[in-house]
Design a protein around this ligand. Sequence first.
Ligand SMILES: [Zn+2]
Length: 453
Amino acid sequence: MKVMILAALVSTAALASDNDLRHRPKSFSTPAGKAVFVDFHEANYNITYDITKGQAFVQAQIKFTAPEAGLPIFDSVTAPTRLQLNGKDVTAVETQTPARETTLRVVSANVSEGNHVLQMELPLTALVEFKNGTVKSAFWTSDLASRQFLERYLPANFEFDQVKMNFQVNLIGAKEGHKIYTNGVLGKARNGTSAAISYPPYYTASSIFFHITPASAVEERRSSLRSIDGRELPVTVYHQKGLFSTPGNLANLEKQTAAIFHELEKDYGAFPHPGIIVYNAGQGGMEYCGATMTSAQALGHELFHSYFARGFMPANGNSGWVDEALASWRDKGYSSIAQLSGTSAMSSHPYYNRITDMQAYTFGERFMSLLDNKLKAKGGLKPFMRYIIEKRIFSPMFVEEFATEMGQFYGTSVEAEFKQYTFGRSSGRPVNTKHVENKFHPKMTLEELKTYL
Ligand SMILES: [Zn+2]
């Protein structure tokens, strides 16, 4: 039995890597040479909050495979203070992609095809707050602007890449107990000063929910939900004291979570993640694998994303609209329309785009309603959604693959529809300004997010 389990694990890892390679962006030329996207397979992050000094810093070790020779690419909004490639000191240059879609970091030393190790040190300053012998810190993300996934906090790869990630979290000089809320496996805290967290190998730069806070700052309720597949899933709902902490709030959230959970399981099958964390904060919310930071109003939208976005995963910015269109289609009551005028560029922004086009919530929702109507005789869109979750769970995909899978499922091509309505002419990149923002995912600055730490 042990042997069989091991074989199964090995083959899942191999599949993840194959899928990574199939979705890896193309290399491009820079003045220093050819920049190549590589396949991270393991990333170990040692995260230290030195409360005494009021400083946080990260040591990262990234094991990766270069499928071709060149200058390896990674991303980190914060510049590393020290960087080593295979044990030798190197530097990395912040570089724009060819059509200036986004910025990333290119290591200034060539690697051969094969396995290598990057090690780096950098300060952690985004969303960290030290106060009276305590620390609050979170790795909250957004796909409405570039470089707001894990790379905002830790060195990471683009969203196509599934990486086995591990955290070692250290606290120095804490004057009281802290809690960590996360969607990984949290090891036993050692002396209350350090904790290890292990995340599943299918996680990407947009999967992790991580929040550390003084225990006295929050209130929580724990319960469990029975999945249709027999699992008993642990559920944690929590809020910050004094922010949303009205009497009965946590009990209400728990009830609402249970109702949405059963609705989603009925429509799309067993919940894809081993548990649920709901942090009630913010206006609107953001989704993670089996977790969300959200307002009560957006809870259904965000938990839906545990299936579409963080179960069925986008492999690049131009496929990010699919899950938002599906979520909005649910929000608006799964409507069906016979006609749709106009087009959009949701699928056709320049190649290295990393942002979700906000038209997803409006035009994208209409487009799903149109597809539902077209496929009405075959049960509409929902049976396909259930099928794609079962077939392609945790394997990031492009919008083109989504359209092909849909066509194959119904035995009738939908490629012409995707072309007509989502591959219109792009004006350069999605224009996600504040005034067109969606109520479920408002654009928030780091300063605004700090309120919810
Ligand atoms: Zn959404």
